[in-house]
Design a protein around this ligand. Sequence first.
Ligand code: PXP
Length: 241
Amino acid sequence: MITKLSVNLNKFATLRNSRGGNNPDVVKAAIDAQNFGADGITLHPRPDERHIRYDDVHAIRKVIYTELNIEGNCREQKFIDLVLEIKPHQVTLVPDSTNQLTSNHGWDTNLHKNYLKEMVSTFKAAGIRTSIFIDPDISMIKAAADTGTDRVELYTESFAKNFVNGPDQAIAVYLEAAKMADSLGLALNAGHDLDLLNLAFFSKMIPQLKEVSIGHALICDALYFGFQNTIQMYKRQLAHS
Ligand code: PXP
């Protein structure tokens, strides 16, 4: 199984929003990303719409023929309504607070188990696959399994940070988390701070990984290498089976 690459387009929207107008065009970016080999598109609409706007999600839905993953804060009714209307292939539940710069922690699935259970069943009843963003923590994985979610997305910020000092140590806790997820029948995604230096190692060590969603580093690399080349470079990091 080759891990799928879902390209997060929020940075395109951030750049566009910095000037007004429609440059770069995020709908075109979605079409291009797919044509350039992305296996999916991730959109993260935030309540203040400072990156991807709700309108963008509607427009991009129409041009998606690969996987669409919408991630965000399901405490916002607006987010729930959007996801139920758009019906993406997957919704990733992220515990962002309103003005957070970027996601910086996973759900406490023990504390919020009943709430997450309700959200998971709402989205699954609409035929949408669910994933819960969590830290690589055994107790969080166990509680996530109790919610009935299809997948969990492992928050890889600490892996990326520690990778430079020692890849084996950086990944140890993720290997334990992956083993526990497997044993509970939870499929695995991963994301945050993955890049051309650390991605191949992570995906080689966790070959059962279904999908990575990558935004910041991929778009930064695209400034130097071009969007098409960069997507192919990231895909090559995942193609080692
Ligand atoms: N996964 C989640 C839940 C996120 O919130 C983000 C950032 O929006 C990512 C993955 C992608 O992280 P990065 O932009 O560092 O690649």
